[in-house]
Write a protein that binds this ligand. Sequence first.
Ligand code: ADP
Ligand code: ASP
Ligand code: MG
Length: 976
Amino acid sequence: MNQPILRPYYIQVSMYLIDNQHEIDSGISRREPSKSDSLNITMIDFQSHETITLKMAFLTPISSSYLPRLYSRLSAHDAAAEAKSMVCLSNAYSLLHRTSTCKAGFSSHLEKSESYYFKVSSSVTDFSTPEVPVESSIVKGDTWSIHKFGGTCVGTSQRIQNVANIVMEDSSERKLVVVSAMSKVTDMMYDLIEKAQSRDDSYELALDAVYEKHKLTALDLLDGDELASFLSTLSLDINNLKAMLRAIYIAGHGTESFSAFVAGHGELWSAQILSSVLRKGGIDCNWMDTRDVLIVTPAGSNQVDPDYEESEQRLDNWLLKNPSKVVVATGFIASTPQNIPTTLKRDGSDFSAAIMGALFRARQVTIWTDVDGVYSADPRKVSEAVILNTLSYQEAWEMSYFGANVLHPRTIIPVMQYDIPIVIRNIFNLSAPGTKICREPITVIENEENQKFETYVKGFATIDNLALVNVEGTGMAGVPGTASAIFGAVKDVGANVIMISQASSEHSVCFAVPEKEVKAVAKALEAKFRQALNAGRLSQVAVIPNCSILAAVGQKMASTPGVSATLFNALAKANINVRAIAQGCSEYNITVVVKREDCVRALRAVHSRFYLSKTSIAVGVIGPGLIGATLLNQLRDQAAVLKEKSKTDLRVMGIIGSKKMLLSDSGIDLFKWKEHLKEKGEKADMEKFVHHVHGNHFIPNTVLVDCTSSTNVADHYHDWLHTGIHVITPNKKANSGPLDKYLKLRALQRQSFTHYFYEATVGAGLPIMHTLRDLLQTGDKIIRIEGIFSGTLSYIFNNFVDTRAFSEVVMEAKAAGYTEPDPRDDLAGTDVARKVIILARECGLNLELSDIPVQSLVPDPLKETASVDDFMQQLPSFDSDIATKRQAAEDAGEVLRYVGVVDVKNQKGAVELQRYKKQHPFAQLSGSDNIIAFTTERYNKQPLIVRGPGAGAEVTAGGVFSDILRLASNLGAPSY
Ligand code: ADP
Ligand code: ASP
Ligand code: MG
């Protein structure tokens, strides 16, 4: 005969006035196991009412192994009142129906009186169910396989049927199936408690919804006795919950075990439904209320520790009484050693399955969920995350501990001691093999392009809503016990420390706690260290709110040279500031703390650096005019090749013109951008545009490409670079604008890891800036740069030969579209001067545009002429002046060329008409070619010459495009 197990029982008393159903007093009590107990209730002030109804309910959990018998009694100081009140409801129905609570109560009618004092007493007696015939031995070991089905797996009746099919198809000899509540049900249950506690009447409707959901599910799946039995259980449970919630409502408070008791119903119902479905499918199957088996002790900070010994004993008892080969067990719920219902806390069903795996010494634990396995990062945050075929126990543990909620963090430990593998599989994709978690760390993985590669970094996970606490002061160094005092104070307020970091100088200790606990932590620390703070031994206890943790996980990762360097490099390149770092000696994990708003970008940046062959950049194009449109077309035509060959994913997330802009969350269709901008474009708003392009969480890098010639747009560069946005432009305004602004911009570019490229500002796509920078960076000294920087003026002077008139050539150039609409813009030389200034500044000369003497080719009297036509008409009358110059040159065997000069040696620049020998490279040009000669210490006798077409939309856009690719390779794209 089994020993009866004494359980605590609950006394719940609600009292109502019968005339208006208004409660006047109530009491809830939970007692340790005892034979009897009582609750005193005082009822006063009944004058205005004729009668009252007193309703009482006693609740105690019951199980299959014993059934309690409850007695209740009401006594009043007035014997007459007491006699009248005794209309005791028997406890009999609790015994008849298998429900998880036993209830006894009564209602009584009392006459109006001044006041009554009642004593309510009850007693509980346990007695065991008759002994069950015993199987000769309890079977445990690798004939058992454990399956756990998460909430989404049992979310609908169809899915439950699907689960049943999977269980039936598993050929294991014995199976234990752990189920979660149907998806959202646990949330609904906690919501009921929340509502009742805050005296929100809508809990009743919400409970009805819970009832309906399960009733409809059962109606879909079951029939006959199974259906009737489940529905009757469900109704009883719901009635009990109603009473319990009512009590919570009245008290305005529910204890933790009340909550646990209510919340666990989701699992009770899903397990019973699934076992009925399996029985309907011909499987001999029992369901297990794991509160009868799993014993756990509270371990603080929302955790419980399994009592394996006690649980094993209870499991053996259970198996003796329920000798079946297929068992459906409730996940999530358990009991305390005092038999009070409790839970393994949110998402705890994985943990339940793992504990069961250990208790059964099972062959394998399969966790079924809604993803193909463990991804290298949360797939909701990183769309390119890849499935990890294997993970070591430690790796899985670290991943889950640091926020990968595919697995409850406590799932690993129970199975690890018996070497039981865990396999994570997708119920919606049976063809996916899933992720196997076992002892051996395997470092070869496959990325999304099915390339196998070795990596010591397995995955990344994040935890949000943290705050950093920094305790700082010179008085901490070398003082033993400081850390203990700090963390003692943190423990005293019950806060959970997620990460700790202390620099070896010992001047500061920094740690992360959940944001909601930080206030209390800071207060406790300030109180504890008040004296040290006052004395100046500690300088501050600082709180840095809104932080997130990003953890990189992988066996041996931290001991492999270069891994952390790559990690921090990727973060730096995404312009993410690291607030704190921790690396455990375990070498499984490197943890960094970043600002919350940077977290997903950080995750994306490091993930793509380690896992993907792809560097992804969000592109925002400003100014879809001639150059912008050409660039968009070039991007469109080259996108696929870049993706495949250079592993670079360029996504245009926004295009903004002067009036309209087009934004996209996943990338603009570059075949249709023109129509879409026209039809779907919204009002241009630069702030919104930048926020959109940079704000997307899926692409870690952002570049804004300014294809305008606007000073207004250029004025934004500094701010953009400051926020980590890369800038690429053919717009000359920023680099040739005021010197102080330019210097500030370049200084910022150098300090940050943000890039600012402007190759196309000089010579369009010709490699001029790039060549110059290479010369400077390799230590060459520039002596002089001289060049024909204007395609228009190049054309004009290349064709200003023989007897041709200057004005005639200008007209021809205009007609061919080589000039600006007003040719004076070219002839005035300002554009060339801007290029000279850009090159001069690149060489380190601090010159303003106004420092460059410019020889304008616009005759003075025509500078003020109103219209272009007037100018063109009057230009021939000035031909003779320039013709004379040309002739003089010709007579000396020379040609005229309009050039820009940077005289580095003399720190000067100029734009002027110059004469060159006919053999000189500048004399050999054709069409609208640019030519630039760099005379340097190394290229002294012969200058280094870059020559080629230096104007036009195609080549300018090409120059911009090459800057974008340069950016990609700087961000880690492989070279091709
Ligand atoms: P269940 O209800 O089945 O227990 P959960 O919602 O608890 O399911 O866990 C599965 C979810 O975990 C997935 O849908 C996925 O969005 C999320 N998740 C977070 N990080 C990861 C990761 N690294 N790999 C896989 N899934 C992850
Ligand atoms: N149903 C519980 C919860 O939602 C346990 C679980 O699903 O793992 O938290
Ligand atoms: Mg889960």
